[in-house]
Structures are given as C-alpha cells and as structure tokens.
Design a protein around this ligand. Structure first.
Ligand code: ADP
Ligand code: ADP
Length: 229
C-alpha cells in the first residue's frame, strides 16, 4: 500500500511559485482501482509523478510498501520505482527501434533476473495482453490499441505493486479504450493496484474509487465498493 501524509508540492520558476498540490493526506490500499480526475492544470500529472517517484515533493511524508521514500538516495529511489511501479502513458512511449519483445524487456534489464526468468516474464506479459504472437513486430506495425497493450505488458512484466496510468485511453477510439479498460481491470483483479488519470467520465466511473483534483486540492469523491461493471 501507499500512504502520503501532509504531502505538498510547489514549483519555483524565477520568482514565481506555483503551488501544484496543496497539503493532503491519502492512502491507497493494495488492490484498489483509483481514477484521478480534474481539469487541465489541476495537478493530476504532478500527483501521479510523485506517486511514481518520478518527482520529489516539498513537505510531508510518503511511505510506499513500508519504505519511507523521503529518506532514500536517488539511486535507491530508482531501484524502488523499478521494483514497485509500472507506468503507462497516453502516448505509449514505446521505443520505435526496438521490437515488441525488446520493448517489454527494457525495464527488466535493470533487475537482477536470469535470462530465462526475463524471457518467461516477457512472454507471460505479452500473452496476458494478447500479443504473444507479435513479439517480433515493431511498434509502427501495430494499431494504437495494440501499442498500448505492449506498453501495459512492459509495465506489468516487472510485477509491480502499483500500475500508474496517465490518460491511458486518451489517444484511442472508444472501442479500443474500452478494451484497454477491460485489461486494466483484469490486471487489477489479480492484485495490482491501479491509479489512472483520466478526462473521460465514462472510464472514471468504472473505477472503485474516484479522486478529484481542483487547483491542487485533492478531494475524495467516492469510496464505495460498488462492483466494477
Ligand atoms: P494536470 O496534469 O492536471 O494538467 P499538472 O500536474 O501538469 O496538471 O500541473 C499542475 C500545475 O503545476 C500547473 O499549474 C502547471 O503549470 C504547474 N507545473 C507542472 N509542472 C511544472 C514544472 N515542471 N514547472 C513549473 N510548473 C509546473
Ligand atoms: P487496424 O484496424 O488495427 O488499424 P490494420 O489494418 O492496420 O489494423 O492491421 C491489421 C493487423 O496487421 C494489425 O493487427 C497489425 O498488427 C498488423 N499490421 C499492420 N501493419 C503491419 C505491418 N507493416 N507489418 C506487419 N503487421 C502489420
């Protein structure tokens, strides 16, 4: 699980201070599916990047699976990120020069895994997203929905505790977007927590819990355990 206490974030450029996130408390339990909504510029990406240890915060504390994050060196933080967090982006962020197999292998290269174990994880992840037979294809040979599936395979191959997704369906038509949501829900049902930024109210409604950010203020919108439709 993760636990944030009195956490806040400001950006300073020249003499201008932007309070991107006002101090907040938030916990996310293992296995939750959380949607993060809010207008453009409200702080959603900042929140996701702090959660994923891509960005530092200003004040407060952050504990990720029992590890106190603010005391870690940058190197230890990278290691923790690599072990605990998988990322998915709106623009897929695949490496065009690498085939699907090697794209999924990328984050595994930084782990102490045997070649056999890596191969097993890559093929398991590709099979889970339904693209095992495409392992030798390059990203440009796949549709947008398929490319996002590869990005999801890359994110889950490391067996993360948290899957963080920034507008994962933002570049996809609604049919492909629904397919990606189905897949994220399947992965979530197998125990991985999912935190997903989205503009799409229909996709947000499929989450178990909705957090809204307005002008850097985090508001809990619902925490009912309604069945995920
Ligand atoms: P959202 O993802 O909801 O669109 P962001 O988290 O990207 O919002 O941005 C929140 C606020 O922080 C905005 O006012 C934005 O301009 C500001 N901001 C984001 N990143 C930076 C940065 N690197 N430097 C300065 N200001 C930033
Ligand atoms: P879509 O309806 O998804 O856009 P396409 O007609 O582009 O489908 O492609 C059909 C299938 O063929 C896709 O699933 C894609 O993976 C594969 N494909 C498309 N272009 C190439 C290519 N240049 N080389 C190999 N496979 C391709």
């Amino acid at each position: 699980m993760l636990s944030m206490r009195h956490l806040s974030k400001a950006y300073y450029t020249d003499t201008i201070k932007t309070q991107a996130l006002q101090p907040f408390d938030l916990s996310i339990e293992q296995g939750e599916f959380v949607a993060v909504i809010g207008p453009s510029g409200s702080g959603k990406t900042t929140f996701l990047n702090i959660t994923g240890l891509l960005e530092n915060f200003c004040d407060g504390s952050y504990e990720l699976d029992g590890v106190n994050v603010e005391k870690l060196s940058d190197k230890a933080k990278s290691k923790l990120r690599n072990e605990k967090i998988g990322f998915i982006f709106q623009s897929f962020n695949l490496i065009p020069e690498l085939n699907i197999y090697d794209n999924v292998d990328m984050p595994l290269r930084y782990r102490k895994l045997s070649t056999k174990e890596r191969h097993q994880r890559i093929m398991d992840a590709l099979d889970k997203v339904g693209l095992g037979s495409r392992k030798n294809h390059y990203p440009s040979q796949l549709s947008g929905g398929q490319q996002q599936r590869v990005a999801i395979a890359r994110a889950i191959a490391g067996k993360p505790s948290f899957l963080l997704a920034d507008e994962p369906t933002g570049n996809l038509d609604s049919k492909m977007a629904d397919g990606i949501m189905e897949l994220l829900k399947e992965i979530n049902a197998q125990g991985t927590s999912v935190v997903m930024v989205t503009h799409d109210p229909q996709q947000a409604a499929k989450a178990q819990r909705v957090i809204e950010i307005r002008d850097g203020v985090i508001i809990e919108r619902s925490q009912c355990n309604k069945a995920i439709a």
